[in-house]
Design a protein around this ligand. Structure first.
Ligand SMILES: N[C@@H](CCC(=O)N[C@@H](CS)C(=O)NCC(=O)O)C(=O)O
Length: 291
């Protein structure tokens, strides 16, 4: 194995140098706000503060699905939080999410604003609020929540583990890439076996479990994450491929996945969403054409 290290950890870790890598300028070992900055509030009942990463996409897909089902109370403003520039450490954002990570939702439909953070909690909150996309039958609900929480526990190995060491770390460390590639492939196999026996993760119906898992593992299966499709032989996971294609074709998913996105095809970037018409009028290709 390559990359033998001459590093010996000191007795006590101290934060005295930049660790390098793509997120070096925002990583820090303490929580809390670094600046005073209020969050903007728009006209809709739901205020989302997010970015179009897989964790952010879960919520915008959910909101678009709810709107497609006719739940007008799911109208939302999606504000952009640029995590690369440290927006997540502003006082207003920290009040919405003390963990300083997107996505964060504030529900202003009631007498007092309700904050919700952690994408899984947001999906469940919205599903319960609107009585949609989560089964009511207790066995089916248990299956749905099991896959929802599976995603929450599993994706950090894919993103923070595999993706970080394969794509972002300043040096390629064989041990780390090997360990997390193995776990990521195991997770893909878990999904592939489930989707061999079941149309959707929770059973016959599309639910918040699919909405949580698709942006991560659907994206990975379609070669959209970390440029790692070939490395992980994602084409081998045939049932994941079938499921990823089917969900990716849903109109609400096609809308939700481009909200708050800052990368890729300009026609698939809607930096902020404040109205349903924004999908037709305010994607970056249209913004650029207007000059
Ligand atoms: N478990 C959290 C993860 C959220 C998360 O990791 N968000 C990332 C972007 S995908 C973030 O905001 N990172 C900023 C930071 O770490 O400072 C969730 O599901 O909501």
């Amino acid at each position: 194995m390559s990359n033998a290290s001459d590093y010996t950890p000191p007795k006590v870790w101290t934060w005295n140098k930049a660790s390098g890598g793509r997120f070096a300028n925002i990583n820090r070992p303490i929580a809390g706000p670094t600046s005073e900055k209020e969050l903007p509030v728009g006209k809709h009942p739901l205020q989302l503060y997010s970015l179009g990463t897989p964790n952010g996409q879960k919520v915008t897909i959910m909101l678009e699905e709810l709107l497609a089902l006719g739940h007008k109370g799911a109208e939302y403003d999606a504000w952009l939080i640029k995590i690369g520039e440290g927006d997540q450490f502003g006082s207003g954002f920290v009040a919405a999410n003390p963990n300083s990570k997107i996505p964060a939702l504030v529900d202003r439909s009631g007498p007092k604003p309700v904050r919700v953070f952690e994408s899984g909690a947001i999906l469940l909150y919205l599903a319960e609020k609107f009585g949609a996309l989560v089964p009511t039958d207790s066995a089916k609900r248990a299956e749905c929540l099991s896959w929802l929480f599976w995603q929450m526990g599993s994706a950090p190995y894919l993103g923070g583990g595999f993706g970080h060491f394969y794509a972002y770390a300043p040096t390629k460390i064989e041990y780390a890439i090997d360990r997390f590639a193995m776990e990521t492939k195991r997770q893909l196999d878990v999904l592939d076996r489930r989707l061999a026996e079941s149309k959707y993760l929770a059973g016959d119906d599309y639910t918040i479990a699919d909405i949580a898992v698709w942006p991560w593992y659907g994206g990975l299966a379609k070669g959209l994450l970390y440029g790692a499709g070939e490395f992980l032989s994602v084409h081998e996971y045939k049932n994941v491929q079938r499921w990823a294609d089917e969900i990716g074709a849903r109109p609400a998913v096609r809308r939700g996945r481009i909200v708050n996105r800052l990368q890729g095809d300009p026609a698939a970037q809607l930096h902020e969403r404040h109205d349903a018409s924004d999908f037709d009028l305010k994607t970056q290709d249209k913004v650029a054409a207007k000059g």
